[in-house]
Design a protein around this ligand. Structure first.
Ligand SMILES: CC(C)(COP(=O)(O)OP(=O)(O)OC[C@H]1O[C@@H](n2cnc3c(N)ncnc32)[C@H](O)[C@@H]1OP(=O)(O)O)[C@@H](O)C(=O)NCCC(=O)NCCS
Length: 199
């Protein structure tokens, strides 16, 4: 079984993508302990110990060999060296070659296009390296920023599920976005790629 891993580091116009490391704890804590950031996530604001456990899982997510495997991506602002986002790509079905992408941006760095910029090379990896057929992005229906990122990536809104989940004491609705490998390939040719590798 092949373990597919990104060719780290990956550079985009403003960002460096790399695996998570222990020293990312503070940045992760600032993201995951913030009530607004976790508002539409499945978990509540986390304590430092809970973040430490979550970070260990991210560090262990080194590549995709089969179903359930994933890649945890620390997104660093090249100019300052700050970790500005936490991105994940994982394989939800090996047989159906389906993946899922998710992202969390540090509260001090939202609305600067970082989620979209960091997700593009990970979609390249999902389709070109892992060979997935379809990648989805799911978000709570009120999470306008997240839906917007998925749209800006060129993903298609395929479903608006109404009150399909009981989360944090309420019924929540979910948007499901998706893109196929062949659609991503067409888009990648059409848009000037911001992805480039540095020696
Ligand atoms: C959702 C999230 C990842 C977006 O990251 P980001 O780096 O700010 O996203 P981008 O800057 O690439 O794009 C965001 C787009 O949504 C818009 N947007 C972001 N937040 C918004 C909000 N609260 N209301 C309306 N529009 C919003 C931005 O204007 C931008 O659109 P534009 O380029 O057309 O102007 C970030 O807000 C976040 O981390 N939220 C908390 C965690 C979370 O919910 N993650 C997603 C789980 S499914």
């Amino acid at each position: 079984m092949t373990l597919y891993t990104p060719s780290w580091p990956i550079y985009t116009e403003r960002l460096l993508l790399r695996p998570f490391e222990d020293s990312d704890l503070q940045a992760m804590y600032e993201m995951q302990s913030d009530g607004e950031v976790v508002r539409y996530l499945y978990h509540d604001a986390r304590s430092l110990d809970e973040v430490r456990t979550a970070l260990a899982r991210k560090i262990a997510a080194v590549g995709i060999a089969g179903e359930g495997d994933g890649v945890g991506v620390a997104v660093v602002l090249t100019e300052t060296g700050e970790v500005v986002a936490d991105l994940s790509l994982w394989c939800v079905s090996e047989g159906h070659q389906q993946g899922e992408i998710g992202f969390i941006v540090h509260p001090a760095h939202q609305r600067k296009g970082y989620a979209t910029e960091a997700a593009r090379p990970m979609l390249d990896f999902a389709f070109d390296v892992v060979g997935l057929h379809r990648v989805v992005g799911r978000t709570e229906a009120r999470n306008i920023g997240s839906a917007r990122v998925l749209e800006k990536l060129g993903m298609r809104r395929e479903a608006h599920l109404i009150e399909n989940e009981w989360v944090k004491g309420e019924w929540q609705s979910e948007l499901v976005y998706a893109i196929l490998a062949e659609e991503w390939a067409t888009l990648s040719v059409a848009i000037t790629s911001t992805t480039r590798s540095r020696p």
